[in-house]
Ligand binder design. Structure first.
Ligand code: GDP
Length: 452
């Protein structure tokens, strides 16, 4: 079961519970059983799932809840919190500081995406003004150095490695020394990965770690690893001081539950996820927005970050102003559609906005979504300024709808569908009303507000 499906199943279970007239023990149990089944099918470790169920039951004591309490909300919140708890080990990982030298060592099985992730991690920081460098201490796999070299060259990141030297410890130490002298602030050491857990691999890892004294060890895990995730992650943790996890290939059809298990096994947070083969298909991982997104509640902080990242600077204040006013006109919808189409991979921005993702742009159907948006825009091209700027839902009467259909060469039914979509998005948009627009870096507060 892919993560989106897991989220869908959990949301459905919550929805079913919400639909019940009376929330009693049976309704709660049915809901929790449904969630348990979904999590197990997604390869989350059995013990974690069982603990979660027990915890929710402890928190939601139906007998003790007075009649006035909103049981649905309490249950929903408990489920949300428990899912967050599964992904949050309770302590943040070491965070390198720009301008101060940190050594970060990457470990993981061969094929997990370790080398690719090293470069993504370096590139991510380089874009933010860091001075990263890559060291290839993988002397086991033929071609590992070439791969790192190729990636590093493409991203214009300094690298160090050797075709001749077979001692990974020696290379790691030399590389780290060199880049310390060159004042690099993020020295990334890629280590060997093997097919499976092997004593030699762990010994080598331990030696590289001892010699380079990394400030942070990152365990890279392929999201398709399934139930094996817990044991694998634990084995790595027992050999070196894993402090953070990066889960790769989240774009694939993997069961994502392994990520939850890896967090539990290493007691370390997931800090990034890999979402594709390209250098910039790499996202910061934040528990609450992730769980919100998983449950179809949307990811407000990611949305705001994305606005800062992709909307041209000069247009940001205007867009944010419009967001805070909460009035969503058809013209705003038109402009946002334009933005989406311009920004290439559709869904990047708006898929993070609650409610936009599931219906307007289901994952994997980006092409269709794009065609639909273009269709909607053609219809809007036949609208008058008054219609585009109106906030009065009653303005769009039958004769106007018929005129727009005729003018744009579409069916009346299609225009009505577009207006329905508009109404739906307007409702979501209105939740932003009165919000203090946060500056970059102040996103989590907003996320908390919106998810509350
Ligand atoms: P390593 O053996 O652990 O160093 O793994 P590599 O970095 O060589 O990656 C193995 C394969 O996985 C390569 O084909 C990568 O392009 C691919 N890969 C790595 N990360 C991702 C990801 O997030 N998504 C996808 N789709 N492929 C990835």
């Amino acid at each position: 079961m892919v993560l989106a499906q897991l989220g869908g199943s959990i949301s459905r279970a919550i929805q079913q519970m919400s639909n019940a007239t009376i929330i009693d023990e049976k309704v709660l149990n049915d809901c929790l059983n449904e969630i348990t089944r979904a999590l197990l099918q997604s390869d989350v470790q059995f013990k974690l799932v069982r603990d979660m169920q027990t915890n929710i039951k402890k928190i939601v004591n139906l007998d003790d809840l007075a009649a006035g309490h909103n049981k649905r909300k309490i249950i929903q919140q408990a489920i949300f919190n428990e899912l967050c708890k599964m992904l949050d080990p309770g302590k943040p990982s070491f965070t390198p500081k720009k301008g101060k030298t940190s050594v970060v060592m990457f470990v993981g099985l061969q094929g997990s995406g370790k080398t690719t992730t090293c470069t993504k991690y370096a590139y991510y920081h380089q874009k933010k003004g860091w001075k990263p460098a890559l060291v290839c201490a993988d002397t086991f796999r033929a071609g590992a150095f070439d791969q790192l070299k190729q990636n590093a060259t493409k991203a214009k990141i300094p690298f160090y490695g050797s075709y001749m030297e077979s001692d990974p410890v020696k290379i790691a130490v030399e590389g780290v020394e060199r880049f310390k002298k060159e004042n690099c602030d993020l020295i990334i050491v890629d280590t060997s990965g093997r097919h499976k857990q092997e004593a030699a691999l762990f010994e080598e890892m331990r030696q590289v770690s001892e010699a380079t004294k990394p400030d942070l060890v990152i365990f890279v895990m392929d999201s398709s690893i399934g139930q094996a995730a817990f044991d694998q992650a634990q084995a790595f943790k027992q050999s070196v001081a894993v402090g953070a996890v990066i889960v790769t290939k989240m774009d694939g059809h993997a069961k994502g539950g392994g990520a939850l298990s890896a967090v539990a096994a290493t007691k370390s947070p997931v800090i990034f996820i890999g979402t594709g083969e390209h250098m910039d298909e790499f996202e910061v991982f934040d528990v609450k927005p992730f769980v919100s997104r998983l449950l179809g509640m949307g990811d407000w902080s990611g949305f705001m970050d994305k606005i800062h990242e992709v909307v041209p600077m000069d247009q940001q204040p205007e867009l944010l102003q419009k967001l805070s006013e909460g009035n969503f006109t058809l013209r705003i919808m038109y402009e946002q559609f334009q933005n989406i189409l311009k920004m290439g991979p559709i869904g990047q921005v708006f898929s993070m906005l609650p409610g936009f993702s599931a219906e307007l742009m289901p994952k994997g159907r980006e092409k269709e979504s794009q065609a639909k948006i273009k269709r909607y825009m053609t219809m809007m091209d036949s609208m008058t300024n008054e219609e585009l700027d109106s906030t009065n839902p009653k303005l769009m009467n039958e004769s106007r709808i018929m005129r727009i259909a005729r003018g744009s060469g579409h069916q009346v039914r299609e225009v009505m569908e577009m207006l329905e979509e508009y109404k739906r998005l307007a409702k979501i948009w209105s939740k932003m009303k009165g919000l203090k627009i946060p500056k970059k870096g102040e996103m989590s507060a907003l996320s908390r507000n919106m998810n509350a």
